[in-house]
Design a protein. Structure first.
Length: 222
């Protein structure tokens, strides 16, 4: 997996700078879309909690979490302020909550596809100029970070989006038992973050997603 530190260790200072610049784009443009997607789907399904909390907006200030932002800039994955959802206001709580949860990672995949498509187009039409090289790196890392964020969020570990998506496929009794251990799941998540185990898991998922979003641009641009 790429990170600012791995790029610097490999002597790619330019790459590290571009990684941070792409991370800023993700933090201030893509992350608000991720959270807005959660809020918009919840609103359409009958829950106005996020709207009333001012989260139905593109304004990044409403969504950014300082620690999560730094993680994205340095490591390529992190988090924003969770969008409040009142599950009791949803008509079909488990199914609707899964739809609300999947909206965020889905938005990252769409943004990753667009960024990756632009990177392919630049490589195909842009030639060998340094400006094109810089733009290519910017959009490549933007696609990569969005992919990592999608992969991170779909992990079935509370409180990540994947745990709520998983709920739609579990019997109620099993799901409630699963959520009883949410605080322990958070500890487990921190452990695998610190030990680096998560890097390997995210790497596998991210490579699969990157392959998926590269199919169309590779067919068009070769």
């Amino acid at each position: 997996m790429f990170s600012v530190f791995s790029l610097i260790r490999n002597g790619d200072t330019k790459g590290a700078i571009m990684f941070i610049l792409s991370g800023c784009f993700v933090v201030f443009f893509c992350t608000p879309i991720h959270e807005l997607s959660h809020a918009w789907v919840a609103y359409k399904l009958g829950d106005t909690t996020a709207k009333n909390d001012g989260r139905l907006t593109f304004n990044p200030i409403k969504h950014i979490d300082p620690i999560g932002m730094v993680m994205i800039l340095l490591f390529g994955f992190g988090y924003a302020k969770p969008v409040p959802v009142n599950i009791s206001r949803l008509k079909n709580p488990k199914k609707d909550m899964a739809l609300v949860s999947v909206a965020g990672p889905a938005s990252n995949l769409v943004l990753a596809f667009i960024s990756n498509f632009i990177a392919y187009a630049l490589a195909y039409f842009g030639g060998d100029s340094s400006a094109v090289s810089i733009l290519y790196s910017f959009f490549f890392y933007a696609a990569y970070i969005n992919i990592i964020l999608a992969a991170f969020n779909i992990l079935p570990i509370p409180p990540l989006d994947g745990s709520k998506i998983l709920a739609a496929f579990l019997p109620d009794r099993t799901y409630y038992k699963y959520m009883m251990y949410e605080k322990y799941a958070m500890i487990a998540l921190l452990v695998i973050l610190v030990t680096g185990i998560l890097d390997r898991v995210l790497g596998v998922v991210a490579n699969a997603l990157m392959f998926f979003i590269s199919i169309i641009p590779s067919l068009i641009f070769g």
